[in-house]
Design a protein around this ligand. Sequence first.
Ligand SMILES: Nc1ncnc2c1ncn2[C@@H]1O[C@H](COP(=O)(O)OP(=O)(O)OP(=O)(O)O)[C@@H](O)[C@H]1O
Ligand SMILES: [Mg+2]
Length: 277
Amino acid sequence: MGKYLTTDLAINLGTANTVIYTRRQGVVAHEPSVVAMQERLNGSRVALHVGQAAKAMIGRTSEQVSIVRPLHEGAVADCDLAQMMLQHCLQKAGSRKKLHSLRFVLGVPAQCTAIERRAVIEAARAAGARGVYLIYEPLAVALGEGLDIREPYGRMIVDIGGGTTNVSVVSVGGLVYNKTLLQGGEAMDEAIIAALKRKYHLDIGIQTAEQLKIELGNVLPHCTPQRLQVEGTDAAAHTPCLQQVTSHDIRDALIDSIHTIIDAMREVMGQTTFHRI
Ligand SMILES: Nc1ncnc2c1ncn2[C@@H]1O[C@H](COP(=O)(O)OP(=O)(O)OP(=O)(O)O)[C@@H](O)[C@H]1O
Ligand SMILES: [Mg+2]
């Protein structure tokens, strides 16, 4: 097939989000890695929604509908769901699969096992890829940041994802060291839920917690306080209520997660020897 008919797609199939990038158009799809499955009366399951539409259903589903994720802790947990996720994103990207030969470059976590790598390749091929190339995510991050990874300098990459946090050192085109924490942004959302329940006896959902993290999240000691009014449920009375939440509340909730990441960075620094010339 002629070169001009080949579409090269860079894909991050992540625990929280799936992102597709092309050299010509940039990011062409960015969807939550979430599928809403409905259980039929005969016991079979069918996908109702994928991506953004499925994420919007979290906390609003009936007993027959469950929200499932194709990935767990950065690795493919269900190959069929991962294929569905990729196909959905390809559709969003408007890829004309029938005319184009698709080549995927997929990021994989540094701690990925051979079985997990095979699962990614299988899902990609089932989604229509003719060629599948894998790259360690920390190297992809470094390249994306415009770093010359061939240089003989250690560069620390800290990638806080949805389900994992990776602290890596890259040098001379390779991965020198990697430490993976099995917690990322979603654990922070959970920490916010727990903290608001403790402090205000307020129950909020995971999406409100994520919104608070993104809008108020700041762990610097002297940040200008900001506040947001959120809707939740009074944990004791089980009645709807409104509560002002401040950036200090969010800082208190996130501080342990941030210290865990800083400790991991210190450990990686300690394990990596840099030679100054
Ligand atoms: N502005 C922001 N401030 C804080 N957190 C954010 C912000 N934007 C996104 N996030 C969080 O980043 C996380 C998603 O990051 P990302 O898309 O890199 O994860 P992922 O690659 O899918 O997951 P993983 O790398 O663990 O497989 C979510 O928890 C989201 O809430
Ligand atoms: Mg990631």
